[in-house]
Design a protein around this ligand. Structure first.
Ligand code: IPD
Ligand code: CA
Ligand code: CA
Length: 273
């Protein structure tokens, strides 16, 4: 943690709300890091594989308490506790532990995700991976940063030369939006795909140029709020699979890319069945 805090000092001077989001994510990250690999309670939500651990709840409580103390006029939309706080134009959209299945299975790929929305517009986003100490921060019109360094999307312009990421919803067996068929189409086109198990990390990695793009169906607002701004501020493009503008509250299939491969990816994902 010492290194990360040292690196933080070299970051650009973010606004107060972004700083609060960073501090809250680091705080939750240290709770998750302490819990990782220990014995803890795991329950299933809807569906056998949709898990929640006591650390999802602990991290979410710590984030909300911290923000409430530092920005009292706040509303929250958080995965485990839903809508809470004061009715406000300042809304914090929180996934305290994105990648719960990884966390529960001792796979060190998970993140804290906090998006800050003001008057209906995302103004800041933070994704923090506590085990690798990777901190992604975006502020509207300022840019996206990885551990203090400005980042931008990859310059690869051909889908054939791309590496993509995806994830699957917990109701995968129902093949929602024909996601299994689209996955096979992309594999058949010879394009490598990674499935990390944490959507917030998929966005952040695309923003940092590690992937050319990411696609998934039925994500929730807390999976995307921070990551979407991090990718947009890094120069990426986000739409529905058919190229229409994307709303994080819509549950529609999302396509998030470096922009350059976007038209080709839309064509590939546009099969209707
Ligand atoms: C999940 C992860 C996963 C995605 C699922 C999400 P959770 O979030 O982001 O990558 O495929 O759709 O629900 O449950 O670990 O917070
Ligand atoms: Ca999530
Ligand atoms: Ca979660």
């Amino acid at each position: 943690m010492g290194n990360l805090l040292a690196e933080k000092k070299s970051e650009p001077s973010f606004g107060e709300l972004t700083q609060i989001a960073i501090e809250a994510a680091l705080l939750a990250g240290s709770i998750l890091r302490h819990g990782f690999g220990t014995h803890f309670q795991i329950k299933s939500k809807e569906g056998h594989h949709n898990l929640v651990t006591e650390y999802d709840h602990k991290a979410e409580r710590a984030i909300i308490d911290f923000i409430q103390k530092n920005a009292p006029d706040s509303q929250f939309l958080a995965e485990e506790s839903g809508v809470t706080g004061n009715k406000s134009s300042l809304v914090w959209i929180i996934d305290p532990l994105d990648g719960t299945v990884n966390f529960a299975h001792q796979i060190p790929l998970f993140a804290v995700s906090i998006g800050v929305e003001k008057a209906g517009k995302m103004i800041a986003g933070v994704v923090f991976q506590p085990i690798t100490e990777e901190l992604f921060v975006a502020e509207k019109n300022v840019g996206s940063f990885f551990n203090g360094e400005k980042i931008g999307v990859s310059k690869v312009s051909s889908l054939k030369k791309s590496i993509l990421a995806t994830g699957f919803p917990y109701n995968l067996a129902e093949n929602p939006h024909h996601c299994i068929d689209h996955f096979i189409d992309i594999l058949r086109a010879g394009i490598p795909i990674r499935r990390l198990g944490a959507a917030a990390i998929d966005f952040a990695y695309t923003a940092a140029g590690r992937f050319e793009g990411f696609f998934e169906v039925e994500l929730s607002p807390w999976d995307m709020a921070a990551g979407k701004l991090i990718l947009e501020e890094a120069g990426g493009m986000i739409t529905e699979w058919n190229g229409a503008p994307f709303d994080i509250h819509s549950k529609k299939p999302i396509l998030a890319t470096n922009g350059l491969i976007h038209p080709e990816a839309v064509t590939l994902l546009s099969r209707s069945s």
